[in-house]
Design a protein around this ligand. Structure first.
Ligand code: SAH
Length: 253
């Protein structure tokens, strides 16, 4: 293919980016972030570790768009599982991203709405960024039948199972979810498959720059009472699986 502007490849933490980056063409530091130029699956790319959270992700996405003129933003990493049908090791490709902690606090509960939309009568402020339908179709075709690494019983603590790939809603917020009650709420309010801390911020910035975004997350934990234990235990294997899916997605970008 003729190489165009680079792809922006983002992860929050080094364990995630390790499986994606190939820093062969120099690096540049901006705002304490290190942007490495290189290639992924033959395409030119800029790789960067955003740090954890929505503001870090938004800052980094902005620099990728503005300074490096990236033609798409692709995030690979791990997440907590929300939908109870999913298990550790399953991979979710976001078709919709929602900032679950943006909105109004009403009667002790957050009523989520779209960042930046004024809560005025008659204004649709239902939250979410949606993946472009053409891109979604392309990714579904490219990822159909992808073999994810099998999960040993020693990984899941249950029966050995085959990891699955899902497309659906991922919610993002500035808290590590380590709470069964919150997990249930995020499932019933958003029909979310997974929760993480960066994706919907990347989507918000990408939308501003009219760039396509892809967010791929492999479940490192199930966002409940054990998530703080599962996260470090399964981070390495989950980060690797997410990267494998990102690499396959890159091939159609
Ligand atoms: N416990 C870690 C914090 C990691 S934050 C520490 O001690 O530093 C978790 C990272 O993985 C974030 O970048 C987020 O996007 C993702 N993530 C994985 N599981 C998550 C969960 N249960 N809730 C929110 N984010 C999660």
């Amino acid at each position: 293919m003729t190489d165009k502007a680079p792809l922006g490849i983002l992860s929050a933490i080094p364990e995630e980016l390790r499986h994606l980056e190939d820093r062969e063409e120099g690096s540049e530091e901006i705002a304490g972030l290190i942007f490495h130029r290189g290639r992924i699956e033959g395409r030119s790319a800029v790789f960067v570790e955003t740090g954890i959270g929505k503001v870090n992700a938004a800052l980094t996405a902005t620099i990728l768009a503005q300074r490096f003129s990236c033609r798409a933003l692709m995030f690979g990493g791990v997440a907590g599982g929300i939908d109870t049908r999913l298990g550790i090791g399953d991979v979710v490709v976001a078709t919709k991203l929602v900032q679950h902690d943006y909105g109004a606090l009403v009667d002790g509960r957050i009523e989520a709405y779209q960042p930046g939309i004024a809560p005025l009568p008659g204004v649709d402020r239902s939250p979410g960024y949606f993946m472009d339908a053409t891109l979604e179709a392309k990714l579904r075709a490219a990822l159909a039948g992808i073999e994810l690494p099998p999960l040993a019983a020693s990984v899941t603590g249950e029966d050995a199972r085959k990891a699955e790939l899902h497309f659906g809603t991922i919610v993002s917020g500035d808290t590590f979810v380590n709470c069964g009650m919150t997990r249930q709420r995020l499932e019933s309010e958003f029909a979310a498959l997974a929760v993480e801390m960066e994706g919907a911020a990347v989507a918000q910035v990408a939308q501003r720059f009219a760039l396509p975004w892809v967010v791929v997350r492999c479940l490192s934990d199930l966002a409940g009472i054990d998530s703080h234990l599962n996260f470090p235990a399964f981070l390495p294997v989950a980060a690797k699986a997410a990267a494998a899916v990102v690499r396959r997605a890159v091939q159609v970008m």
